[in-house]
Ligand binder design. Structure first.
Ligand code: AMP
Length: 211
């Protein structure tokens, strides 16, 4: 099962992605995580990516598509994969069609009023990628799941978040229509409720797809 996870920044894609990957035994591929690992390791790709990520802009399509194309050739993808954060525009979606076959696209719809606070209050685990909101941490600085250190992403600040949301609206949101027309879109509604609640809907949609 090869899937795409769509949704605005802050919709809860990362958390749902971990749960989907665990439950269905497929590999979670996040282009954002790949870029952040490259930045941490000081690679050329990392240096290039950082200059775009810091402004809330998209990393150039050619670089991003090459990374994903290569990643999908790894052995762990044979049982299926979940793309999180890719594709992010029509060009990337069309490129993906040339080298992959997608079975379903989970789209998390969410009220955009919730996103600014979610993103600016987000703390992420350096080890496992789990996300938390600062308001629920009670001052804790380590991950409840794996004990890893929690940090605030450099692009989770009000200015960068504003441009990330604008980029989503202009470039990524049209993909909803693209996959809807193809008949492979699975819509779920994100809320303020815990991630487990949303995951029930995600599971129901995916189990139906698999049936
Ligand atoms: P994310 O972790 O998915 O929120 O991604 C963080 C940042 O990485 C984005 O704001 C973009 O700058 C960059 N990025 C991630 N995925 C892509 C992509 N598919 N195309 C271009 N840039 C991307």
């Amino acid at each position: 099962m090869n899937l795409i996870l769509l949704g605005a920044p802050g919709a809860g894609k990362g958390t749902q992605a971990t749960k989907i990957a665990d439950r269905y035994g497929i590999v979670h591929i996040s282009t954002g995580d790949i870029f952040r690992a490259n930045i941490k390791n000081g690679t050329e790709i990392g240096k290039l990516a950082k200059s775009y990520i810091d402004k809330g802009e998209l990393v150039p399509d050619e670089v991003t598509c090459d990374i994903v194309k290569d990643r999908l050739t790894w052995a762990d993808c044979t049982r299926g994969y979940l793309l999180d954060g890719f594709p992010r525009n029509l060009f990337q979606a069309q490129e993906l069609d040339r080298f992959a076959e997608i079975d379903g696209v989970v789209n998390i719809n969410i009220d955009h009023k919730l996103l600014l606070d979610r993103l600016c209050g987000r703390r992420v685990c350096r080890e496992c990628g789990e996300s938390y909101h600062v308001s629920t941490l009670g001052g804790k600085t380590v991950c409840a799941r794996c004990g890893g250190e929690l940090y605030q992403r450099a692009d989770d600040n009000p200015e960068t978040v504003a441009s990330r949301l604008a980029v989503y609206n202009e470039q990524t949101a049209p993909l909803i229509d693209y996959y809807e027309k193809r008949g492979i879109l699975l819509n779920v509604t994100g809320t303020e409720a815990p991630a487990e609640v949303l995951f029930e809907d995600v599971k129901a949609a995916l189990d139906k797809l698999l049936a």
